[in-house]
Design a protein around this ligand. Structure first.
Ligand code: SF4
Length: 387
């Protein structure tokens, strides 16, 4: 398979980029503080072939648990996902091989401190602790300054791609200026077209930087793999992509399927077996659901995602997007672009109609409310279609 000539970035025992095999990654969905369950899931993913396993860490207690998980599964290469509290990098770095930060989340804390300083802080921590970095840009949570600067720069269907690419390039520039080269970049969205376009543009601008590929909130099997495959086939076949993750909503015991799906896509592309249509056609019902992680506050989320898919089958011929998200960290923002959205809290599920909140409902009542909203939406679409 043709490969772009990216530089090599080492993370623990894994080498990303250059002529190295494409590294498949996955992420734990367990509560990080449940050390038993998290260590078991890390072990499962590592044995399934994950070259890197990501864990979410949001608090000092999560850090303590992370250290224990590291001690229990020393063979696995670990990555931590920093959210708004970028200073946690200092505490997590001694226990991991790579740190991911999202440029769109560096604005929340210490608003007066320049972003460049925060990046310098993270890079310094990574350097001192022998860690690699990932600049993880998400189209749905892009840096607000970039979003407003490039508003309207993209054609319909690709909205936000320019801001996403420019944000990634800006952070590469920061890191290069700091003399830190041990980093990879990711540009993700739940729409495979944006993932393809963003990664193509970035690879053309920075062919030296290794890319981590992913389609966020791809959903459940089999649709989640199909959506991801559409993007990965287009990119891998052009030599773009050094590491990847297939993000699927799965019961905890089946998390290994993410790794299996990633390996299968790579093997198929390498063997010239393409299954996707060249273009992602925007027809019919589109259900996006997050793969879940330790930030899920109620595990009933996974069952709810499956029930939503089953319930919504009556709408399969309508161009409607329903988003089902597991937590308050990414849920409110990531549901904005969907026609109908659910994001889950500890005891209630928030129902949204586009960017507008309809209300919060108990887990056993929300499906009925969502069904009502879906029926109304279809009725409105029919009305508009009637001459
Ligand atoms: S939406 Fe929340 S629970 Fe789902 S993967 Fe993202 S951070 Fe984790």
């Amino acid at each position: 398979m043709k490969r772009a000539s990216t530089r090599i970035v080492r993370a623990g025992t894994t080498a990303i980029g250059g002529e190295n095999p494409i590294v498949v990654q996955s992420m734990c969905a367990t509560r990080t503080q449940d050390v038993e369950a998290t260590a078991a899931q890390v072990s499962m993913l590592h044995e399934a072939g994950a070259g890197l396993v990501r864990i979410a860490v949001d608090s000092a207690r999560d850090v303590t648990a992370l250290a224990e998980v590291r001690a229990r599964v020393p063979a696995a290469n670990l990555v931590v996902d920093l959210q708004e509290n970028y200073r946690l990098a200092e505490q997590v770095a001694p226990h991991v091989d790579k740190i991911r930060y999202n440029p769109g989340h560096l604005f929340h804390h210490e608003k007066e401190r320049p972003v460049h300083d925060k990046v310098a802080f993270i890079a310094g921590v990574a350097e001192r602790n022998d860690c690699a970095l990932r600049v993880g840009v998400n189209c749905g949570s892009v840096d607000p300054a970039m979003a407003s600067k490039f508003e309207g720069a993209d054609p319909p269907g690709l909205a936000g791609v320019t801001a996403m690419v420019e944000s990634a390039l800006e952070h590469c520039h920061y890191l290069d200026g700091l003399g830190f080269s041990r980093y990879v970049v990711s540009l993700k969205d739940s729409d495979p077209r944006k993932v393809i376009e963003g990664n193509r543009r970035f690879a053309a601008a920075r062919p030296d930087v290794p890319l981590h590929l992913g389609v966020t909130e791809a959903g459940m099997l089999p649709d989640g793999v199909i959506k991801t495959r559409i993007a990965f086939e287009q990119l891998l076949s052009q030599g773009i992509g050094d590491t990847l993750r297939v993000s699927l909503t799965l019961p905890f015991a089946e998390k290994w399927r993410e790794v299996e799906a990633g390996r299968q896509i790579i093997a198929d592309v390498e063997a010239g077996r393409f299954r996707s249509v060249p273009e992602f056609l925007d027809h019919g019902l589109n259900i996006i659901s997050c793969p879940s992680c330790s930030r899920v506050e109620n595990e009933a989320f996974i069952e709810l995602a499956f029930k939503v898919r089953e319930m919504a089958q009556f709408a399969k011929d309508y161009d409607i997007t329903i988003a089902v998200m597991g937590c308050r960290v990414n849920g409110p923002g990531e549901t904005d672009d969907a026609d109908l959205g659910l994001w889950c809290g500890p005891v209630a599920v928030n129902l949204k109609r586009g960017g507008e909140t309809v209300g919060a409902f108990p887990y056993d009542a929300v499906l009925e409310r969502l069904t009502g909203e879906l029926e109304s939406l279809i009725a409105r679409k029919r009305q508009l279609a009637t001459p």
